[in-house]
Design a protein around this ligand. Structure first.
Ligand code: GLN
Length: 536
């Protein structure tokens, strides 16, 4: 395999000591700081698990499944990449061990390696490097985040592949960033560097010498401590960057740039800024709106994966973006619909969001929550399953269709107001077979949605198998439902609204996946605005 002679530079981000250190945010923040220098930045997440994609995993296992424009079900870090870089990712920006093995084994069966023993090195590592180079095409820099923690068995082939990239492309074109934890010991009032020394030691054992350490800490890193770490880890002291806990993740690029991380990267990789860093001005202005909000508003998410906030990552971020657009702080109330005490909490909010989901746990409570929002004229946003719940609620309570339901939860319902998409009836394999990715939606001009988007056709991302059943369209319309948007070629309902209500909008797609801090999604902007009005 010939290394391609692209002039692209490679940054690799690994993690040490513990998981959940925020490698995704670190990679994205580095990405943003380089974009602000006018560079073309590619992003790649390498995931060590054997699943081909996270689409079949429970949100408790893996957090939210992030869907790209081209319909790939990916790791939630791609959401961070899109939000920080304000750019669309694609299927090629997330690679799993499962994909790599699937590809190599398929080639082996086709006879592409005739006569050879197919091995982890070089065949698996070559396939990994090919995927890295694919993202590098037409980019100045590609930032590759290696999932998992250094020392795990699973991520070894990925680490071996990124080690080889330096040999293939030259050390002046490759940079290794290690994200690590500096724990604070209360009893001795000290920050401890030993876990980092060990984890850097582990990396060096496999031939990777980190150039930069990004240190997660809850206390400031003083100079003597940085010096000590530099000495033991063989890293120049100025390349030891502190990543203290900050109230908003969007502050992280600024924390890095304040410590000169962008300059260190440009110098090490011999890259020239095209904007002298001025490109961060709009980002700074956005962060200031988060830091100094002029108003506050409370909005409830009524879902069922409330113990793990990662399950609703994009939704939470989209609400924050909606807040940015109104210079408001959104207090998010996480309500678990499977708990009976939600009704007390609902009294204190000015907006209610019912998110997407699968499975019938909590479904009746979600329908009751929609009813509450509709009857009390509380601003309501339903997303995917949330829209389906709204249709069921209106069918049961306003169309007198007793027992109306989705066939996902009650296959024998007398009124299947939500039913499986015709093309889904043939589906046997569950992985990657939902209605996925972007579809155009045509809006009615007399709708709240049109007022929000200010255009007639919008592109939104999907991940579902069921839809509003057109047999019941007329009954629902007679009851006051407005079909505000549809996918015209198949007459699929994409947006519903309820006429005699100040702001009741529910969508079959996932608008949260397209919201960015620099460009809040129109529906989240209007939802937060409606909630602020309701609060007044
Ligand atoms: N379970 C529903 C469906 O498949 C909703 C999916 C979702 O909310 N993402 O249509």
């Amino acid at each position: 395999m010939k290394p391609n002679k692209s002039r692209c530079k490679f940054i690799f981000v690994t993690g040490g000591v513990v998981s959940s250190l925020g490698k995704g945010v670190t990679s994205s923040a580095i990405g943003r700081s380089l974009v602000s220098h006018g560079l073309k930045v590619g992003m790649l997440k390498l995931d060590p698990y054997i699943n081909v994609d996270p689409g079949t995993m429970n949100p408790y296992q893996h957090g939210e499944v992030y869907v790209t424009e081209d319909g790939a079900e990916t790791d939630l870090d791609l959401g961070h990449y899109e939000r920080f870089l304000n750019a669309d990712m694609r299927r090629e920006n997330n690679v799993t061990t499962g994909q790599i093995y699937e590809e190599v084994i398929t080639q082996e069966r086709q006879g592409k390696f005739l006569g050879k023993t197919v091995q982890v090195i070089p065949h698996i590592t070559n396939a990994i490097k090919d995927r890295i180079r694919k993202v590098a095409q037409r980019k100045d820099v590609v930032i590759t985040e290696v999932g998992g923690t250094v020392g795990d068995i699973e991520s070894l082939p990925f680490l071996e592949a990124i080690r080889q990239v330096k040999i293939d492309h030259g050390s002046e074109n490759v940079l290794y960033v290690h994200v690590t934890l500096i724990p604070y010991l209360k009893s001795s009032d000290e920050l401890k560097t030993k876990p980092t020394q060990h984890s850097v030691g582990k990396l060096r054992e496999i031939g990777i010498e980190p150039n930069i350490l990004v240190c997660r800490t809850e206390k400031p890193l003083d100079f003597p401590l940085r010096e000590k770490m530099g000495l033991f880890c063989n890293v120049p002291v100025q390349n030891i960057i502190a990543a203290p806990d900050v109230p908003s993740i969007y502050e992280v690029p600024l924390t890095f740039v304040d410590q000169g991380l962008d300059k260190i990267i440009l110098n090490s990789l011999n890259l020239k800024s095209r904007k002298n860093g001025k490109g961060l001005d709009n980002w700074r202005a956005m962060v200031q709106k988060i830091q100094f909000p002029k108003k506050r508003v409370s909005i409830a998410i009524a879902g069922k994966y409330m113990e793990l906030k990662d399950s609703y990552k994009s939704l939470i971020e989209a609400l924050i973006h909606g807040g940015i657009s109104q210079e408001a702080h959104v207090d998010i109330h996480y309500l678990d619909v499977t708990h009976p005490d939600i009704w007390d909490h609902l009294k204190n909010v000015s907006g209610i969001l019912v998110p997407g989901g699968f499975g019938d746990r909590g479904i009746e409570a979600k329908i009751a929550v929609v009813s509450h929002a509709r009857a009390n004229k509380i601003p309501f946003l339903g997303i995917c399953l949330g829209m389906q719940c709204a249709v069921i609620e209106i069918a049961r309570n306003l169309c007198q269709l007793k027992g109306a339901h989705s066939t996902e939860f009650d296959p024998n319902t007398p009124y299947p107001v939500i039913d499986i998409l015709p093309e889904q009836k043939k589906v046997k394999d569950l992985g990657g077979t939902m209605r996925l990715g972007v579809y155009p939606c045509k809006l009615k001009t007399n709708s709240l949605a049109y007022r929000a988007y200010k255009r007639e056709t919008v592109l939104e991302r999907h991940r579902h198998r069921y839809e509003l059943n057109n047999q019941f369209r007329k009954k629902l319309l007679d009851a006051g439902l407005l079909i505000a948007g549809e996918y015209a070629p198949k007459k699929l309902t994409e947006i519903i609204e309820f006429k005699s209500h100040p702001w009741f909008v529910a969508v079959q797609f996932h608008p949260e996946l397209k919201s960015r801090p620099l460009e809040p999604h129109p529906l989240f902007r209007e939802f937060v605005k409606a909630a602020l009005q309701y609060a007044r």
